[in-house]
Design a protein around this ligand. Sequence first.
Ligand code: ADP
Ligand SMILES: O=P(O)(O)O[C@H]1O[C@H](CO)[C@@H](O[C@H]2O[C@H](CO)[C@@H](O)[C@H](O)[C@H]2O)[C@H](O)[C@H]1O
Length: 464
Amino acid sequence: MTPMAETVTLSDTTSSLLTSLDPLLRTWLPRQRWFAGKGRPVTGFTAVAVTELLRPDGRLGLYHLLLRVHQPSAPGAPPHPGDCYQLLIGVREALPPRLAPALIGHVEEGPLAGRTVYEALYDARPAEVLLEALRTQARVGGLRFERDPQQEIRTGLVARMMTAEQSNSSVVYGDTFILKLLRRVVPGVNPDLEIPLALARAGCPRVPAPTAWLHADVDTDAYVLAVLQPYVSGAADGWDLALRELAKGEDFTAEARALGRATAEVHTALARALPTVTLGHTQLQSLVDGMKERLTEAVQAVPALRPYERGLCSAYEALADLAAEGRTWTAQRVHGDLHLGQCLRSPAGEWSLIDFEGEPARPLAERRMPQPPVRDIAGMLRSFDYAAHSANVPDPDWAHACRAAYCSGYAEVTGLDPRTDPVLLRAYETDKAVYEVVYEARHRPDWLPVPLSAIRRLAASDPT
Ligand SMILES: Nc1ncnc2c1ncn2[C@@H]1O[C@H](COP(=O)(O)OP(=O)(O)O)[C@@H](O)[C@H]1O
Ligand SMILES: O=P(O)(O)O[C@H]1O[C@H](CO)[C@@H](O[C@H]2O[C@H](CO)[C@@H](O)[C@H](O)[C@H]2O)[C@H](O)[C@H]1O
């Protein structure tokens, strides 16, 4: 392996590097699934940090970039400095055919003129450089590669990029580890590292324990950029399993019940490991205000929601009324974006939960706030509904049975059946369905009818 370059932030070549990459990235970036600013033109870039990981004087170069992407603000939104993205740019004389899908473009001027730049994660060698840096706890420029000293990282593991549609990007090493590189990054504690670390310390086996992680220090800001964790080899995710069973007309309630139990175990461990708070009238009112605000924004973004706005709002008002009568709820750290795709079943039949990033579009501070655990439960209930409504022949009875089994499983562990608090549950399911409408409109417009069918039911106060 080519040794990692000594350091460094390339103050003198940074601007010419960026100038030469600029026209290529303007075309390539908006086409990436993980690019959150789709629909608005990219007007320029600023380097937050550029670090040379492999000097491109040999056959292969590798740059780590934190890049602020300038775009006009969304209509009605306040001016925004632009999102910061993490990129790994490979540099070669020419790309071998196997790397054709990774092409970013051919550089015409500047220090890399005549070279080809590409998405380096597709390429085993640069990806292996990252694993080696984590293994050896390297420091390169502002990049801090760290690891849990109790877990071994073997050398010689071969890297392959995951090609699934994701909000971030992941590389699998052998069948042993998976490295998730966060794409849109903000400074501060990231729940995708914070929560699994807390659960590992609490001895909760339902979440793979982080093995290593990457930070970047930029001025006084610290960013979490990547997390390495054990790979659950041969696992199937809950979404694929559910669709498979649905297609065969098979019952999925035993798995739904097991998922309810797994969620409850994670919630119980999180309530012990991290702070909990009691939500009284004032706190609940501000949660409800947040839900209403999201609904208003969603209606602006997706006008198809407008006919249901009143009905949906009544779900939030019913919750505010309960709080005004003096009801209180306990809030704790939760998953924040739980759905069937975030649940992995090992070949031995054990369920794990992954991806504690929360809803990627929400501010970090909001994603780290304690919330009623029903938020995750609502996410899973929505997911059973999603599966049933994306099947060739929608099967609402299948969704109904899974939702019931999931709640029963949850109650078996915690003693609390979420269905005994229907007002809270409806408000959270509504909030999630509204989020999904915006998510689908932005990322997968063909899927919009799925959450919209739930919106119609929720607005008429019949979530099933
Ligand atoms: N520990 C793991 N073992 C096996 N597969 C995993 C593991 N963690 C993630 N995956 C796979 O990687 C995919 C993406 O991971 P996820 O954390 O959800 O990333 P994203 O935030 O980009 O959606 C998952 O859907 C799952 O298939
Ligand atoms: O997995 P991510 O953290 O990137 O979550 C985002 O993408 C999900 C889709 O991949 C999206 O989930 C929605 O679609 C799922 C089926 O593909 C379904 O199971 C979920 O219930 C539904 O919410 C998720 O909302 C989004 O944040």
